[in-house]
Ligand binder design. Structure first.
Ligand SMILES: Cc1ncc(COP(=O)(O)O)c(C=O)c1O
Length: 371
């Protein structure tokens, strides 16, 4: 009989892996249905598009279904061509990722390693410190001001060891946004050899008049990378497709490191069709605007403090009882996102849904608070 060996790999695993707390995604609808036997569930936990995806995207995927046995185009030629035209940059300035998440991580892999520093903001997106930790770099968290990025303090945190700075505008989970003036004062002072990643995952939802569109700065700052996604306003979260725009040299390094077929064929086909349907994005933005108003008025009426948001989600504060409110919402079929892992134990993040989903959340919250 074979002797069963027990082994411990903690001595041989890369040391930085031991300290990693993996990203915690929103609870899937099917899981809550299974756990509590609920038929009506509203998921307002992952900043997804409540409208779904454009019918043109669905039709493009159906047409392409017969190509399932072929490897995808590893260079994403057509998608880059369409994006380049849409963004008014050259295809060589674009990298396509398996979600923008992949690209955010690849930047850390390209530029940082043990002994290097990666700067991000308190309440910044969880993937930034994770990307640093995975490569053994030090993640340097800079205290936020009013839940948003303190860009001057981030600049002050730059040392000779700084390799990458991650910034989200609007920020997730807080929804805060910074102005063109703040951005220009920052980017003009960042040393040329420090790479700045400006994550614009929620740009389409932002109607702040002073919003700095990152693309306007790419040609002037070769150390600037703009990250965007098809997961939010375009409604393609399950397909995993995002992109980065920057100088050709850095884009080339990212391409050297990524997997050869990192973005599947259907994601590429869908992204092309999505760009060609701007009406769908417009409609998604409008639904979000209406839903934001619907939820904000209800929170105001209930006198629940919240952080003003420029994204498709918002943070509401429940001092001393966020976890209890979250559990009670789950029991009533509403999934929102606790953000204790972001150092916000009293806060819940609520994604904006359809009018009906928002009403479900509001009714459930009212019932809980009246108990
Ligand atoms: C700020 C921010 N950046 C990037 C992402 C990653 O999105 P994806 O990998 O779906 O493109 C998210 C997802 O929630 C996000 O909130």
């Amino acid at each position: 009989m074979m002797k069963k060996m027990t082994m411990q790999f903690c001595d041989t695993v890369q040391p930085q892996i031991l300290g990693i707390h993996p990203y915690v995604p929103g609870k899937p609808v099917s899981e809550l249905q299974r756990e509590l036997g609920l038929s009506k569930v509203s998921k307002l936990a992952s900043n997804e598009n409540p409208l779904g995806a454009s019918p043109k995207v669905v039709s493009a995927i159906q047409t392409a279904l017969c190509e399932i046995s072929r490897y995808p185009d590893g260079s994403a030629y057509r998608l880059k061509e369409v994006l380049a035209d849409f963004l008014k940059v050259s295809p060589a300035q674009i990298a396509i990722g398996n979600g923008s998440n992949e690209l955010l991580e690849l930047v850390a892999r390209v530029f940082a390693g043990p002994g290097d520093e990666v700067i991000y903001s308190e309440y910044g997106f969880a993937v930034y410190p994770l990307s640093a930790q995975v490569v053994g770099a030090t993640a340097v968290e800079v205290p936020s001001v009013d839940w948003g990025h303190d860009l001057q303090a981030m600049l002050g945190a730059v040392t000779d060891n700084t390799k990458v700075i991650y910034i989200a505008n609007p920020n997730n989970p807080t929804g805060t946004v910074f102005s063109r003036q703040e951005w220009e004062a920052f980017i003009s002072q960042v040393p040329d050899n420090v790479v700045v990643v400006l994550d614009e995952a929620y740009l389409e939802f932002c109607d702040f008049p002073e919003y700095p569109n990152g693309l306007d700065y790419v040609q002037s700052y070769p150390n600037l990378l703009i990250s965007r996604t098809f997961s939010k306003a375009y409604g393609l979260a399950s397909l995993r497709v995002g992109y980065m725009v920057g100088c050709e040299e850095i884009i080339q390094y990212i391409n050297q490191l990524r997997e050869p077929f990192n973005v599947n064929h259907y994601a590429q086909v869908a992204a092309v069709a999505a760009i060609q349907d701007p009406g769908f994005v417009k409609q998604s933005v409008q639904i979000n605007r209406d839903g934001m108003q619907q939820i904000c008025s209800a929170l105001d009426e209930l006198q629940i403090d919240r952080i003003p948001s420029s994204g498709n989600f918002l943070c509401a504060h429940f001092p001393g009882k966020a976890s209890e409110v979250n559990q009670a919402l789950l029991e009533l079929g509403v999934i929102v996102r606790p953000v204790a892992n972001y150092g916000m134990p009293d806060t819940l993040r609520i994604s904006i849904g359809t009018q009906e989903e928002n009403a479900h959340f509001i009714e459930a919250l009212k019932a809980i608070l009246q108990r």
